[in-house]
Design a protein around this ligand. Structure first.
Ligand SMILES: C[S@@+](CC[C@H](N)C(=O)[O-])C[C@H]1O[C@@H](n2cnc3c(N)ncnc32)[C@H](O)[C@@H]1O
Length: 261
């Protein structure tokens, strides 16, 4: 899909993804998947950095549902940040959530700043996983936690023709890496307690339900907002995604690690 005005997550894209995943959510599973991801990590009162906060729904869920003390959401695009700021304002949580524009590259925070670095389905856009994990390690306090979900490729080889076709249809700057590359990047940065958990089985099913909704009334409602052509384009992307979920080549994954105390 084309970037518009240099942005991948332009208004039409946000409207489309929110129609599938809920207001403020630009990745699968909504608050339930956030709850599954954060299970086992205590967010109560903690300072959290959210890398790639998108339209802000997750930051609100981290505060409302999981008691995060303060969430600093960072993103590289203005349109998602404008959506996030509106949603945060409406939620009455401006004292607990900040949304900050950053440039790709080193994180603009001093060492030992956050209790938790969180990210959901955004690191896929950051090609150098090793450099990112060094930065995540640096900004975490000792005993701090990295809790993330991301879209991985199941292996280290070249994408299969089907996978290449899916990635091209997405038209995003997907820097997909394998579970092994993420594990290595976390270990090389100094993390311990590394956990890498495939979510492929869950999303394989969920994506089918999403496609059914796109082909039904949810797609019709979205078409009124973003245009029938854009809904049809997305139906095409979902139809290409499901086969590579079935083969395991596209594998959404939970990633967790701890900075030694
Ligand atoms: C699939 S969306 C996910 C947004 C949000 N985490 C969610 O799950 O709803 C990916 C987000 O990553 C952001 N992004 C891309 N490159 C980034 C970078 N280098 N640093 C921070 N965010 C980035 C995009 O602008 C987009 O908002």
């Amino acid at each position: 899909m084309e970037a518009v005005g240099g942005e991948h997550y332009h208004d039409r894209m946000i409207g489309m993804l929110e129609a599938i995943w809920g207001e403020g959510f630009l990745s699968p599973g909504g608050p339930d998947e956030v709850a599954r991801l954060v299970a086992g990590t205590d967010f109560a009162g903690k300072s959290v950095l959210d890398i790639g906060c998108g339209a802000g729904g997750i930051d609100i869920a981290l505060v409302r549902n999981h008691g995060a003390g303060y969430v600093c959401g960072i993103d590289v695009e203005d349109t998602v940040l404008a959506h996030a700021r509106r949603l945060v304002e409406r939620s009455g949580l401006t004292g607990r959530i900040g949304c900050l524009k950053v440039a790709p590259g080193p994180l603009p925070f001093p060492p030992d700043t956050f209790d938790i670095v969180f990210s959901k389905d955004s690191i896929v856009h950051i090609p150098d996983k090793h450099a990112l994990m060094v930065e995540v390690f640096r900004v975490l306090k000792p005993d701090g936690r990295f809790v993330a979900s991301d879209w991985l490729i199941g292996h280290d080889g070249a994408p299969s023709p089907r996978m290449a076709e899916y990635i091209a249809a997405e038209g995003l700057d997907f820097g997909m890496a394998s579970p092994g590359r993420y594990r290595e990047a976390m270990a090389a940065a100094g993390f311990d307690g590394i956990e890498v958990t495939s979510r492929n089985a869950w999303y394989r099913e969920a994506a089918r339900a999403e496609l059914d909704r796109l082909k039904g009334p949810a797609g019709d409602a979205a078409a009124k907002l973003v245009g029938r052509d854009f809904v049809d384009e997305n139906i095409g992307i979902w139809s290409r995604m499901i086969p590579v979920l079935d083969t395991g080549e596209h594998c959404p994954t939970h990633l967790k690690a701890r900075k030694p105390g």
